[in-house]
Design a protein around this ligand. Structure first.
Ligand SMILES: Cc1cc2nc3c(=O)[nH]c(=O)nc-3n(C[C@H](O)[C@H](O)[C@H](O)COP(=O)(O)OP(=O)(O)OC[C@H]3O[C@@H](n4cnc5c(N)ncnc54)[C@H](O)[C@@H]3O)c2cc1C
Length: 496
């Protein structure tokens, strides 16, 4: 009943924007595929404004839906609210009435942390913590994402094998629940809400502050790429690299990811040194598909002396194609913020704000070779549409906490596979059809994948996605958002 909003108390009405231009901005996202029109945008100037809005919705006979919008870097309308209200979280930052970013370190006894507003973006968290010689431990590849947005999913990158996803690096949260209560929660205090919200797809409450674990910041990185023509050697080496974790942290890599290089236009080799590009091209042409391990070792003044030796030990015995190892040295920030350079370039070419029919999957380690055969070498290589950026790397399930809402395959090692397509508006359906084909292949082959940043449509698909966690997920919804008003764009409790 969105029109009831027009009878909202004055102090709320003033912050509800119905300007058509602003409304249209909130009806799109990084995917440019789904367009849900909100009734209004809400510009909170304090955290209690969010409580007021939720309380008002709950007071109505038919409540309206509410979607917190971080950076809207979702690709399937997850931060939209059709005929509901989109909360522009960024306003909390603008008015400086949110939690801001406060770094706490007494330098001696307690482990350092940062108290960060849910609306803050990770690049700002990085800058604020680096000023203290500190850094969060777990990252996403791209840093212009909001803290509330990534914690509602998991927040994964090449550091996850070692430190777990970002949701495993949070000590405490402030959350405005779907009942309008502002609650502080942690693993010891209101733990049900804490675990619900982490990976909870925005279903239980709006994160207004997160206490993030920090560690000493390195200053520089050794950044390596190793090329493989054989998938089993590639995946065995990736799994070998992530197995150092916990066994020998001094020589363990700090980041392990992987990419595909496919013999499909456009073959972008700009990240390889110019003199090497011809021989990389020959390799790709010869094999059709090349797998790349991307590996990083951090260092600083105190470890500079032996970092080269550490890297040598790390790559010893790895089975990449001889001489196809590329190494560079970069600052820690340049490495972490690497995707921003691509963003600036793509924006300058008009290729950033285009449709993104992405598919992100978690694949059980025991079936990753079948996935390679059926999907990479099968569906993707054989079809005549370009793969975009294809990422693949393993993670250790032991670093995930099963009490949290986030779901993973039920194996010690599982892989994230991200097919990050960007395309013209006329080609979206072709990519969506390919994504469906991949999901069908997994189903038919009995590969028990989980979607990351899930895009399920039916209730049954959601039940399957959450598996044994579905019952708890549903109970938590009843407990914290009984009127089912939060984040309707995920299409979970309003699915068909
Ligand atoms: C270029 C690019 C690179 C990416 N790389 C990675 C990566 O390496 N690793 C990774 O894990 N992800 C990655 N992502 C995905 C990204 O983490 C998610 O899409 C995330 O949701 C984006 O954050 P956001 O602030 O844009 O969230 P939004 O899209 O604004 O919101 C996402 C969901 O969270 C809800 N939400 C937003 N704020 C809050 C809050 N404060 N409290 C509760 N719920 C909230 C929304 O209602 C919505 O349902 C990438 C995305 C892009 C576009």
């Amino acid at each position: 009943q969105p029109w009831s909003l027009l009878q909202a108390p004055n102090d709320l009405t003033l912050k509800l924007i119905r300007d058509p231009v602003i409304l249209s901005l909130a009806s799109t996202d990084y995917g440019h595929i789904v367009h849900d029109n909100p009734f209004a945008i809400f510009s909170p100037s304090s955290i209690s404004d969010i409580s007021l809005l939720i309380n008002f919705s709950n007071s109505l006979a038919i409540p309206f839906t509410i979607a917190p919008r971080g950076q809207a870097h979702s690709v399937n309308g997850q931060a939209m609210a059709n005929d509901g209200v989109v909360v522009n979280m960024t306003e909390l930052n603008g008015f400086r009435n949110g939690a801001g970013i406060v770094v706490v370190s007494d330098g001696r006894t307690n482990a350092p942390y940062a108290d960060v507003g849910g609306e803050q973006i990770w690049i700002d968290v990085l800058h604020a913590t680096l000023e203290h010689g500190l850094t969060p431990l777990s990252w996403t590849d791209y840093l212009f994402l909001s803290v509330g947005g990534t914690l509602s999913n998991a927040g994964i990158s090449g550091q996850s094998f070692r430190f777990g996803p970002q949701i495993s690096n949070v000590h405490e949260l402030d959350v405005v629940t779907g009942k309008g209560d502002l609650v502080t929660c942690s693993s010891d205090n209101n733990s049900e809400l804490f675990y619900a919200v982490l990976g909870g797809l925005g279903q239980f409450g709006i994160i207004t502050r997160a206490r993030i674990a920090l560690g000493p910041a390195p200053t520089r990185v050794k950044w390596l790429r190793l090329l493989y023509n054989d998938f089993s050697a590639f995946s065995a080496d990736q799994e070998h690299l992530i197995s150092f974790n916990g066994r020998n942290d001094t020589i363990a890599a700090d980041y392990v990811e992987g990419f595909l290089l496919l013999n499909q236009p456009p073959l972008d080799l700009s990240s390889f040194p110019a003199p090497d590009q011809p021989r990389v091209t020959s390799l790709v042409t010869q094999y059709g598909i090349i797998y790349i391990i991307e590996l990083v070792k951090y260092y600083d003044n105190s470890t500079q002396e032996h970092v080269d030796e550490d890297v040598k030990v790390l790559v010893e015995g790895l089975k990449f194609v001889p001489t196809f190892m590329f190494e560079k040295d970069a600052s820690y920030e340049e490495f972490l913020n690497r995707v921003h350079a691509d963003e600036l370039f793509l924006t300058s070419q008009g290729l950033w704000d285009v449709p993104h029919p992405w598919l992100n999957l978690f694949v059980p380690g025991s079936r990753i070779s079948d996935f390679d055969e059926g999907v990479f070498k099968g569906i993707i290589l054989k079809q005549n549409i370009t793969a975009g950026v294809a990422i693949i790397y393993p993670m250790n399930r032991s670093k995930w906490n099963d009490q949290m809402s986030a779901v993973t395959p039920n194996e010690d090692v599982f892989y994230t596979v991200s097919l990050l397509h960007s395309t013209g508006f006329d080609k979206v359906e072709e990519f969506q059809a390919q994504n469906q084909q991949i999901l069908k292949f997994c189903k038919d082959a009995g590969i028990e994948i989980k979607q990351y940043l899930p895009q399920n449509k039916t209730r049954n698909e959601w039940i399957k996605q959450f598996g044994s966690k579905w019952k708890t997920f549903e109970e938590r919804k009843n407990q914290f958002d009984p009127n089912r008003i939060l984040s309707p764009g995920q299409r979970i409790f309003n699915s068909i």
